[in-house]
Design a protein around this ligand. Structure first.
Ligand SMILES: [Ca+2]
Length: 317
């Protein structure tokens, strides 16, 4: 992140001839930010006048891998030797940070590394869109815009409260930022200044980025030492109709046994969800527990959660 003075940058408060100057949603957005957050309207106009509408963003958001791919196709993206080897190297290179973060937050280092590995290949691909372009495009021109409209608001709060350059921040097409791909509301709630330099730099500072992912998991209820998931078989195929219904845990182990699931050995009583995963020419079932559910709080997808789970297992030395 380039350090800069927002005041210096906007001292002229020049309004450029941009894609959003005449957009009907622009003025209501500015007025809401003024009323809700006492935001400087000149600063909002100056920044948003330089936002660019990107059709590539609208195309990308329409086909996320989590919705369009079967598990075996999705898995192949993430469970490659090069991602596993790079993950082991990442854990080695930042071992001192992981030692401290794991002790402080109680989240296994392999889970943190796997999240960062799935999200950005350990920081190699943190996104090349300007976040102002992503969020303006999705907040103003995407039909399902409400989430992004809120995130654009959070973005402006984030840059104001952390003295960040609103035009310089890069991220994914959906406005996710840094090694762990935090959206602005997540940055505000869960970003951590691990090294104590006064900045929460999720783009370049490994300690801040790693600790922030751990803190996110801790705050969403990660239980240290508890299991994530077990592969199971069915003794009654009727259980299939309960699979993939929700991400949340729907039933005790006893309930799942009665519905037709053969319980894994040596599991103490706990809540679980049943997921069916598509393989090439077959399928398999998994019972997932609280910590698996916590992974889905990072990205609401059973495919995503299992990719993180499998990659984390592969990173255990
Ligand atoms: Ca820091």
């Amino acid at each position: 992140m380039v350090a800069l003075s927002v005041l210096a940058l906007f001292s002229g408060l020049m309004v450029a001839d941009g894609d959003y100057n005449d957009h009907p949603k622009l003025e209501p957005f500015i007025q809401e930010m003024v009323q809700e957050h006492q935001y400087d309207p000149k600063m909002l106009r100056a920044v948003l006048s330089q936002a660019e509408r990107k059709d590539s963003i609208l195309k990308a958001i329409a086909r996320p891998a989590e919705r369009t791919k079967a598990w075996y196709e999705y898995r192949a993206i993430f469970m490659q030797n090069k991602r596993i080897e790079a993950g082991k190297a990442f854990l080695q290179e930042y071992k001192a940070i992981f030692d401290e973060v794991e002790a402080k937050y109680g989240v296994p280092r392999e889970i943190i590394a796997a999240v960062i590995g799935v999200e950005t290949f350990y920081g190699r691909n943190t996104g090349s869109y300007r976040v102002i372009d992503s969020l303006a495009t999705l907040a103003f021109d995407y039909p399902q815009r409400s989430l992004f409209y809120r995130e654009l608001k959070h973005y402006f709060l984030m840059v104001r409260d952390n003295q960040l350059d609103p035009l310089g921040i890069k991220g994914s097409y959906a406005g996710a930022m840094g090694l762990g791909q935090f959206i602005p509301s997540s940055y505000i709630s869960y970003a951590v200044d691990f090294d104590g330099d006064g900045k929460k730099d999720l783009w370049h500072n490994r300690g801040d980025a790693i600790a922030s992912v751990a803190y996110y998991f801790k705050r969403h209820g990660w239980k240290s030492g508890e299991p994530m998931a077990d592969r199971v078989t069915l003794h009654n195929t009727d259980a299939d109709k309960f699979a993939n219904k929700t991400l949340s845990l729907k039933g005790s182990l006893q309930d799942w046994q009665q519905r037709g699931v053969n319980l894994p050995k040596q599991r103490s009583e706990q809540a679980a969800a049943l997921f069916r995963y598509q393989l090439e020419g077959s399928q398999e079932y998994w019972l997932a527990y609280k910590n698996f559910y916590v992974i889905t709080r990072y990205n609401h997808s059973r495919l995503y959660a299992r990719a993180v789970y499998e990659l984390s297992q592969a990173l255990v030395e």
